[in-house]
Design a protein around this ligand. Structure first.
Ligand SMILES: [Mn+2]
Length: 230
């Protein structure tokens, strides 16, 4: 058996950007990716909220073998409400709770166990960002799921990331995936009528699927205005 054929059969990992309940687009993306039996799917978090089919996305992730997901800020916010740490929640989250109905508790038990980071052979997956110079174990959880610009300049956290292992993240919506030397940003705003994007490892091939429609309007703070956008 020659080595090339052997490597073609090695399991791959598809890392998927913010889904936000866009189940139909997720299925389109998986069709396009043509995964094989032992390939893995890892999500950058924000599986839910603002989109149409939050329950279906959560059920798919829990029912499908070889999937993993980190927690996103939307799961984080809902979990804090569920656990009684806050009593305020935007209306879109209440729609998610209604959609989950009798299964709300079961899905929150799943969300409560989600990790902040998933370390793959090729890259580290997390939702939003990292403080430079702080080890993965010592990052502030709120920042891992929310960080964008760093004080005092507000420049994106990833401009300061010098780690050897690439970081794959979502959270910060841009028109096209962000591809830098050791950073890949996958949130291309599917729920806002953009596209759902993913990267297949270890080839680093990018795959995108257009949104079928606009499901929600984008809050201004989510838009990447920085010059670093490519
Ligand atoms: Mn998001």
């Amino acid at each position: 058996m020659d080595q090339q054929k052997e490597s073609q059969r090695a399991p791959r990992t598809l890392v998927v950007g913010d889904v936000h309940g866009c189940y139909a687009e997720l299925m389109d993306l998986l069709d396009k990716a043509a995964l094989r039996g032992d390939d893995r799917i890892v999500f950058v978090g924000d599986l839910i909220n603002r989109g149409p089919h939050n329950r279906k996305v959560l059920e798919f992730v829990q029912a499908t073998r070889q999937t993993g997901t980190v927690i996103g800020n939307h799961e984080f916010n809902l979990l804090r409400y569920y656990q009684g740490h806050t009593h305020t929640l935007k209306s879109s989250y209440h729609k998610v709770i209604n959609e989950l109905g009798a299964d709300y508790r079961r899905h929150m038990d799943f969300i409560a166990k989600l990790p902040l980071t998933i370390e793959l052979d090729e890259a580290v997956v997390l939702h939003a960002g990292l403080r430079p110079g702080v080890s993965l174990d010592h990052q502030d959880p709120w920042e891992v799921v929310n960080l964008r610009g760093l004080p005092p300049t507000g420049r994106p956290w990833y401009e300061f990331y010098t780690g050897k292992k690439p970081i794959i993240f979502g959270h910060w919506v841009r028109q096209h995936p962000l591809v830098l030397k050791n950073v890949i940003g996958l949130d291309t705003g599917c729920v806002y009528g953009g596209k759902l994007s993913a990267v297949l490892l270890p080839s680093y091939n990018l795959i995108s699927i257009p949104a079928r429609r606009i499901y929600a309007h984008k809050p201004a703070k989510c838009v990447q205005k920085n010059k670093a956008e490519v």
